[in-house]
Design a binder for this molecule. Structure first.
Ligand SMILES: Cc1cc2nc3c(=O)[nH]c(=O)nc-3n(C[C@H](O)[C@H](O)[C@H](O)COP(=O)(O)OP(=O)(O)OC[C@H]3O[C@@H](n4cnc5c(N)ncnc54)[C@H](O)[C@@H]3O)c2cc1C
Length: 545
């Protein structure tokens, strides 16, 4: 069996694992990350993308609130191209407890979160779609963060500094010698090969799956799987984050992101056996739309694009029914101290927002075990793409001849790396996805440099298929590029197309009515009626011709 030697092994390619990979790489420590699916395919890719100011936690969880505002300031500097500094509003509606407004102001002040009381007139100028019946409004430094870009940039930086990553590869066993963890056994689902990785420290950054990884190492960890559902509407109805000014509850936040807005969220304890196959109930969608409409009445006139859900990786404490009371606080476990198992660390809890801090704490502990005194620098080293405050004019001019909408969108998604993506060749800037303005050059860059193995991975790197048409008009073109770039056979690219459409379908199924249903029917006509996709050869079927 193939054997790889390294210093540190990380299990899990969410924000926490990928942030840790980058921190280790910046400190010059050799590391390998194993992810069973794609990076950001776990909870990291299934949340609101809210860059918390901390105000949502200020009343109930002061520690989390303070972590959020500190990281908010750091991320705005180091991850500029992954963030939109939109600002946020907390609005009190006629049916809400008016006393919560003042409570929030006081707690924000205590947590040192800038919180300005503004008139409803001013709030409506900032966010014209807001419910004009709102009674009071507060302005806070919320923003939005794109989890896919964030994670991909962390991995890009780590790989450019020598780190290694294996995606679509499961950790199937934790290897132990006596009471010491020494490595992991892995299974690559693409090549179907098994291999082993050995290192001095193994970090379990597998989020809600952490319970299973701990069991593989013979230690106990009890997760509290709390599911949250969200719906995406077909255009960007708000430009600032809009929160309901009340104790956190269902349907109390609307977050803008790229070309769409999303309404969140619910909170429901699920059985641990359900974490893999998440379903969304009609009642969850109803409550999100009904409460979302109270914040922004125009929501009733939009088309719902899809619904999805994620599971919060919280650690269990007794007595909480839905998980809202559990601290979103960070849990770092040295299993040597807790369970007598040396060389094994678990990092869980926290938020996307606090991924960098979680990575720093984990890397500090790993360094202690490795006897390394190297210090963290992730709070000041910008991510690839975010090096400069703004793109200097001379670079923008370099792209004259390319439609500005393509330059703007590529720059928005990849920051300064746009210079490695766009060129004056017509084929390079030909559009593949019109909803999100993704060109052929961006697809090629993602396939060659951003660990893209299939069309679903490509969606996470470029937003292909995430806009209003949900991949209807772009996915076959993108699939064709995999074959043209010689990274897949035509049967493989057909297989990718089928998987991609199946994956998009999962999110459309719970919202099939009105225009959404018409769009889904149209997609079916194109792919089955026109292309006959259900009848083409998929990988492994060529021989039967
Ligand atoms: C509904 C909802 C909304 C949220 N909204 C926000 C928000 O707006 N802002 C915010 O800051 N936070 C938010 N969060 C919290 C945030 O999304 C999570 O805390 C964070 O993404 C967790 O990241 P992670 O890397 O720890 O876990 P994950 O992203 O789940 O990563 C764990 C990874 O481990 C991999 N893995 C598991 N088992 C194995 C194995 N055997 N081998 C290899 N790999 C394995 C998984 O595939 C997965 O990719 C939200 C969470 C939910 C559920």
């Amino acid at each position: 069996m193939k054997r790889i030697e390294t210093d540190v092994i990380i299990i899990g390619g969410g924000a926490t694992g990928c942030g840790t990979l980058r921190d280790l790489a910046l400190r010059g420590i050799k590391a390998v990350l194993i992810e069973k699916n794609d990076i950001a395919s776990g909870t990291t890719g299934r949340n609101h993308g809210l860059l918390h100011s901390g105000a949502r936690y200020a009343v109930n969880d002061l520690e989390s609130a303070m972590e959020c505002i500190a990281e908010n300031r750091i991320l705005k500097k180091i991850a500029r191209h992954c963030i939109e500094d939109t600002g946020g509003l907390f609005v009190t509606l006629p049916e809400d407890d008016p006393g919560y407004h003042q409570k929030l102001v006081e707690h924000c002040r205590y947590a040192r979160i800038d919180c300005e009381e503004i008139s409803i007139g001013k709030a409506l100028r900032i966010e014209p779609n807001l419910n004009p019946a709102a009674l009071s409004a507060l302005r806070v430094p919320d923003g939005t963060i794109d989890p896919f870009r964030l994670v991909s940039s962390n991995v890009l930086d780590a790989q450019e500094r020598g780190a290694r990553i294996f995606t679509h590869t499961f950790v199937t066993a934790v290897i132990q010698e006596g009471s010491r963890v020494t490595g992991v056994r892995c299974h690559d689902t693409g090549t179907r090969e098994d291999f082993e990785v050995y290192g001095q420290v193994v970090i379990n950054a597998s989020g809600v799956w952490g319970q299973r990884i701990c069991a593989l190492a013979g230690v106990e960890l009890k997760m509290f799987p709390s599911k949250g559902a969200m719906v995406i509407i077909d255009y960007r109805i708000n430009n600032v984050v809009v929160n309901r000014c009340r104790v956190p509850s269902d349907g109390d936040i609307i977050v803008p992101g790229d070309t769409v807005s999303l309404i969140g969220t619910t909170s429901k304890k699920i059985d641990y056996s359900q974490i893999e196959e998440l379903s969304i109930d009609d009642s969850e969608i109803e409550v999100l739309l009904a409460d979302g409409e109270k914040l922004i009445p125009n929501i009733s006139r939009t088309r719902v694009l899809r619904a999805y859900s994620g599971v919060r990786p919280l650690i269990a404490v007794s007595g909480d029914v839905d998980g809202r009371e559990i601290s979103r606080g960070i849990v770092l476990i040295d299993h040597a101290a807790r369970d007598g198992v040396e060389g094994f660390i678990t990092i869980a809890g926290g938020k996307l927002m606090t991924y960098r801090l979680m990575a720093q704490m984990t890397t500090d502990l790993a360094c202690k075990k490795l006897d390394s005194s190297r210090k963290c620098s992730t709070h000041r080293e910008p991510l690839p793409g975010s090096e400069l405050k703004s793109m200097p004019g001379k670079h923008i001019k370099f792209f004259s001849g390319i439609p500005q909408s393509v330059v703007g969108s590529t720059l928005y998604r990849h920051g300064e790396r746009v210079r490695q993506i766009l060129s004056l060749s017509k084929r390079n800037y030909a559009l593949i996805c019109e909803c999100e303005m993704v060109c052929e050059g961006e697809v090629e860059y993602a396939i060659r440099h951003l660990n893209v193995k299939d069309l679903v991975d490509l969606r996470r790197r470029t937003r292909i298929g995430m806009g209003p048409c949900q991949g209807e008009l772009c996915s076959y073109r993108a699939a064709g590029l995999f074959a043209r770039l010689n990274v897949a056979t035509s049967a493989e690219s057909n297989g990718m197309l089928v998987d991609f459409l199946e994956e998009r379908w999962k999110g459309m199924k719970p919202i099939l009515w009105g225009d959404g249903l018409r769009e889904a029917e149209f997609t079916h006509w194109i792919y089955q009626g026109l292309f006959g996709l259900g009848d083409v050869n998929l990988p492994g079927e060529e021989e039967s011709l």
